[in-house]
Design a binder for this molecule. Structure first.
Ligand code: C2E
Ligand code: CA
Ligand code: CA
Length: 749
């Protein structure tokens, strides 16, 4: 109610308080001293004139007292202030006591009325109240109009006493005290201004703080040591779902998500960055940071990781899916070859010393029949059903995968060297159904099956797989449904094959290969052609027969370069012979099955002939029957292109394949070569002789010439001549020879 009167306390510092108090004190004292000096001097002079010397003494006394008070205010302001109050009372007393004129004397009393104010300024309210009470006595004196105490025997008075007292009052009330109070008010104004700026600054920094708190880019909580939320920004409120803003506990709103039980204490001191919580509405949040403040509060920065976690999980799922797809066969969902290989190598590496792994390879042979009879969709269904059936028959720990289109593999673990897995494998084979019913249709299940065993210390799954493959080939050749086991002979074969595959890579760049030529003769023994045969002398493997390395080169792709080399070498030889002015005979080049279907075959031959300026009459190509099986149409179109260019074409090894007469008529064949296996049986096997006769008459029907290869004896020659074979090749005539020898031979004729 009295606030407008009392005003609010200012937050002024104690130091500031004394500064303006001292300043006000000095202002009052100095101005008081000056006015006392002026008025005192005038009244003293008047007093001397009338002989009132006591006035001079009093005036001087006051002057000294005030000077001392000024001096004291510099050192001990408290003493200065006390002296000022004492001087005021002394002045009032002197005016009352020593002035004869009662009216003037009464004015002196008014001085004391300023004492409470001054006391309040310098000593506080208590002294001021005391003085207010004390001042009641002089006041009563005046009100009652009682005679004032008087200096006895006071006869005269100063003529100007009235003016002096009035001037004293005027100057004290109108100048000294106001100046002191002005000083105080000035200090107060300045303090209010400072306070106002300070509070404005405070307000703006609070607003800034609020803004930072709201928009710091995270959800922020301010908690006390009991985890009660004192403040939260709106993001934090939204995340944790705080509605009741009073005293909500952080742990009441959040439930621990950590698996670790120790982490579950609901204590803010045990909170750690990275801990995860679940909000009531199922969001996942994590503690980003937690930092204590100077007031024993905690700033907790939260992060909503639900979205991130969902993305992460989706990513993981898609990664898993992707890795599953890349490592599994899409049709049967079984591991694919690469993945099976990885698993196999891993299993072999982890194998205890006295254990071994049997790898069983199964080929679903009846697929061809199902594809042909019911279409490839039915074939796919059969594969899926077969894979499922097989998988169900296998032990839990067995690895099982789809290695190639209809080739599957699985493993059985057993004691090393015991072969005790064989009965188990046989049992699985017998358990496989003879037919599978798919969509009401019965499909036959015919398989070939083979097994290869891991060796102690062996970790390469690829080699085991190779052995399995060889065993499977054996099984398929044997045609019965027993399990073929990969043996040591096959191991030697495989190692040799791998060695050849390695060495062949450097054979051409290192000039390890060359050609030899075997003459072809007429019935009269006249040389009418040559066959180019490749030779390879490897520094590591010695002489390797083409019968051995050509199939390896075919499967490794090296045949590509070998054929290019043969074609180029033959053309070079022909060019040299022609350049030397010698007679040159047509040369036959052997093409492998892969060569016949390669797209650039014609280009390769043509560009080599062009390069060496050779006509197509000088080149012939020998193609085995088996080389034509498979991609028949493509092979025929390539052969026709060669034939159209004038290159002669011979069917090599005739009789070993399955060419029917009708098939043969589709090839642009110039001649047929009777396989040496039949020739070798002349005079031994009537059946072989019959075949040879048939081939010769067949050739006649197709208007082809016949060549017998591998002729070694007179008996053979006689027989072949007798049945009308036109051309001959064999050791009986000439072995394959170096080109210099051939040149010598041809020169001599
Ligand atoms: P091929 O085309 O049937 O070649 C005939 C094979 O019989 C040659 O073996 C030859 O040296 C051998 N030979 C010749 N006369 C007689 C004989 O009176 N008795 C016996 N027992 N053998 C005889 P070679 O040179 O070891 O070639 C083996 C096979 O390698 C060839 O069989 C051919 O299929 C393939 N070949 C050879 N050179 C090349 C080539 O440059 N490219 C391709 N793709 N294959 C080639
Ligand atoms: Ca040949
Ligand atoms: Ca042959």
């Amino acid at each position: 109610m009295f606030q407008w009167l009392l005003l609010k306390e200012n937050a002024l510092s104690a130091a500031e308080n004394t500064v303006w108090k001292e300043s006000a004190l000095r202002i009052i004292l100095v101005s008081g001293l000056l006015l006392e000096f002026g008025i005192g001097l005038l009244s003293a002079m008047d007093a001397v004139k009338v002989g009132a010397y006591y006035i001079v003494v009093i005036v001087t006394g006051f002057f000294i007292a005030l000077s001392m008070a000024v001096f004291a205010s510099l050192r001990r302001p408290v003493i200065g202030s006390a002296m000022l109050i004492a001087t005021i009372y002394a002045a009032a007393f002197c005016i009352v006591y020593f002035i004869r004129d009662t009216e003037i004397a009464k004015l002196g009393i008014m001085f004391v009325y300023t004492a409470p104010l001054i006391a309040r300024i310098f000593f506080g309210s208590r002294l001021a109240l005391v003085l207010m009470a004390v001042n009641v006595f002089p006041f009563m004196l005046l009100i009652r109009n009682e005679p004032l105490p008087r200096y006895p025997g006071l006869e005269m008075s100063l003529a100007n006493a009235h003016a002096y007292i009035q001037a004293l009052l005027f100057l004290f009330f109108n100048i000294c005290v106001p100046l002191g109070v002005f000083r105080l008010l000035h200090a107060l104004d300045a303090a209010i201004r400072r306070h106002r700026t300070a509070s404005m600054e405070l307000e703006s920094s609070h607003a800034q703080y609020q803004e930072i708190f709201e928009n710091a880019g995270g959800a922020i909580l301010l908690c006390d040591a009991q985890a009660r939320i004192l403040k939260a920004n709106s993001l934090a409120d939204a995340i944790i779902g705080r509605q009741d803003k009073k005293n909500a506990s952080m742990f009441a709103l959040l439930a621990h998500k950590c698996k670790d039980k120790e982490d579950k204490t609901a204590d803010i001191l045990s909170l750690k960055p990275g801990q995860e919580f679940e909000t009531r509405d199922g969001r996942l949040i994590s503690i980003e940071t937690i930092s204590p403040t100077s007031e024993k509060h905690y700033i907790v920065l939260l992060r909503d990781i639900s979205q991130m976690r969902r993305i992460q999980e989706a990513l993981n799922r898609s990664k898993e899916r992707e890795s599953f797809l890349s490592s599994h066969d899409h049709l049967t969902q079984l591991p694919n070859r690469d993945f099976m290989l990885q698993q196999l190598s891993a299993a072999m590496s982890a194998m205890p010393p006295r254990r071994q792994l049997a790898l069983i390879i199964i080929r679903l042979d009846s697929i061809k029949y199902v594809n042909d009879a019911h279409g490839s969709a039915a074939g796919d269904d059969l594969i899926v059903a077969f894979a499922g059936t097989l998988k169900r028959l296998l032990p839990e720990d067995s690895l099982c995968g789809r290695l190639r289109s209809v080739v599957f593999g699985f493993t059985i673990e057993s004691t090393y060297g015991s072969r005790d897995s064989i009965p188990q494998i046989e049992h699985i084979r017998r358990s496989l159904p003879e037919e599978l019913v798919i969509n009401g249709e019965r499909h036959p299940v015919q398989i070939s099956m083979a097994v290869a065993f891991s060796r102690p210390g062996e970790t390469d799954g690829d080699e085991l797989l190779q052995r399995g493959k060889i065993a499977l080939d054996t099984a398929r050749r044997s045609g019965n449904q027993s399990v073929a086991v990969f043996d040591d002979e096959a191991a030697v074969q495989i190692r040799r094959r791998l060695n050849i595959e390695q060495a062949i890579l450097m054979a051409l760049p290192e000039n390890e290969m060359r050609l030899v030529y075997q003459p072809k003769v007429t019935q009269d023994g006249e040389i009418v052609g040559l066959e180019a045969l490749i030779r390879w002398r490897s520094p590591t493997l010695g002489d390797v027969s083409p019968a051995e390395f050509i199939p390896v080169a075919e499967s490794s792709g090296a045949i590509h370069f070998i054929t290019a080399f043969v074609v180029d070498s033959v053309c070079t030889y022909i060019r040299q012979t022609l350049d030397a002015g010698q007679r040159c005979l047509p040369i036959a080049i052997n093409l492998s099955a892969i060569d016949i279907v390669r797209a650039d075959l014609l280009d390769l031959v043509n560009s080599s002939c062009q390069k060496h300026r050779i006509s197509s009459d000088y080149l012939e190509f020998e193609i085995t029957e088996t080389g034509l099986v498979g991609n028949e149409n493509l092979a025929i179109s390539h052969l026709e292109a060669l034939n159209a260019k004038g290159y002669g074409i011979t069917i090599d090894d005739f009789g070993t394949g399955y060419s029917s007469l009708q098939k043969l008529s589709r090839f642009p064949t110039k001649s047929i070569k009777i396989d040496q296996s039949f020739v070798a049986q002349i005079g031994i096997s009537e059946k072989s002789e019959l075949i040879i006769r048939a081939v010769v008459s067949l050739a006649k029907i197709l208007s082809c010439t016949t060549v017998a290869e591998g002729v070694e004896t007179l008996v053979q020659e006689k027989f072949l001549k007798a049945i009308g074979c036109q051309f001959f090749q064999g050791f009986y005539y000439y072995p394959p020879m170096e080109f210099q020898q051939v040149n010598q031979l041809l020169k001599g004729r």
